[in-house]
Design a protein around this ligand. Structure first.
Ligand code: ADE
Length: 230
């Protein structure tokens, strides 16, 4: 990969890139700043997308149009797999929109009507690089799995249980599946890396406030490590 795109949604998720990337330029499109530079000698373009699927989709397409050859996401998520603890890492094997719901018309939960594919597969080589980085930096504290995205902050035990039991999710967040869908539409490889800021339950808002900075640091450290092996 000659040019690597990196997206984070919030300032906590992206500020370490501002610190560590040697900047060579920047441009603004659709009100978002894209920063170009090098990280460990690799050419990167990164941006803060803002929260939610629309913001993530626009940024991903603009990164693809800027010529990136893969897209990485770094950030925090709510744990859905009950074996995950706060701070642990999830590497996406696939991403799906949990809030896409046309079940009333007979479509499966998460299915985008009239489309064959609605669970978007991450690139196996990027999954392996991220998993190796996660196991090196956080041994025994990472999992590969399905990342579930929706335009909602999940904060109830019932909802998070349904995301696990019905959709077999590993974690839930608000951007990954949008990035994934845009990457698949453009035939560009991607992987989403998330560190758990909360457990998407009744305590999620409190835990999110307390642990987002640390989880963002954890996720960034995976990107930093994997880029050295790309
Ligand atoms: N990002 C971090 N925690 C989250 C949650 N519980 N729901 C949605 N997005 C999140």
């Amino acid at each position: 990969y000659h040019k690597i795109g990196i997206i984070g949604a919030m300032v906590e998720e992206i500020e370490l890139l501002h610190k560590h990337v040697e900047k060579t330029g920047s441009f603004v499109k659709a009100g978002i700043e894209y920063v170009e530079g090098t990280l460990h000698g690799r050419q990167v373009v990164f941006c803060k997308s803002g929260v939610g699927k629309v913001n993530a989709a626009v940024c991903t397409q603009l990164l693809v149009d800027a010529g990136v050859e893969c897209v990485l996401f770094t950030g925090v998520a709510g744990a859905v797999d009950p074996s995950l603890n706060i701070g642990d890492i999830v590497v996406s094997t696939s991403c799906m929109q949990h809030d896409m719901d046309v079940t009333a018309l007979g479509f499966a939960r998460g299915q985008i009507p009239f489309q064959d594919v609605w669970e978007f597969e991450a690139a196996p080589d990027l999954v392996e690089l991220a998993t190796n980085a996660a196991e090196k930096l956080f041994p025994g504290r990472s999992a590969k799995g399905k990342v579930l995205s929706g335009d909602q902050f999940v904060s109830s035990r019932e909802t998070v249980k349904a995301l696990h039991d019905e959709l077999n999710g590993a974690c839930t967040e608000m951007e990954g599946a949008a990035l994934a869908q845009v990457c698949v539409m453009n035939d560009v490889p991607f992987v989403v890396i998330r560190s758990m800021s909360d457990k998407a339950d009744g305590s999620a808002h409190v835990n999110f406030a307390e642990f987002t900075v640390q989880a963002s640091v954890n996720s960034h450290s995976i990107i930093d490590e994997m880029i050295q092996h790309m």
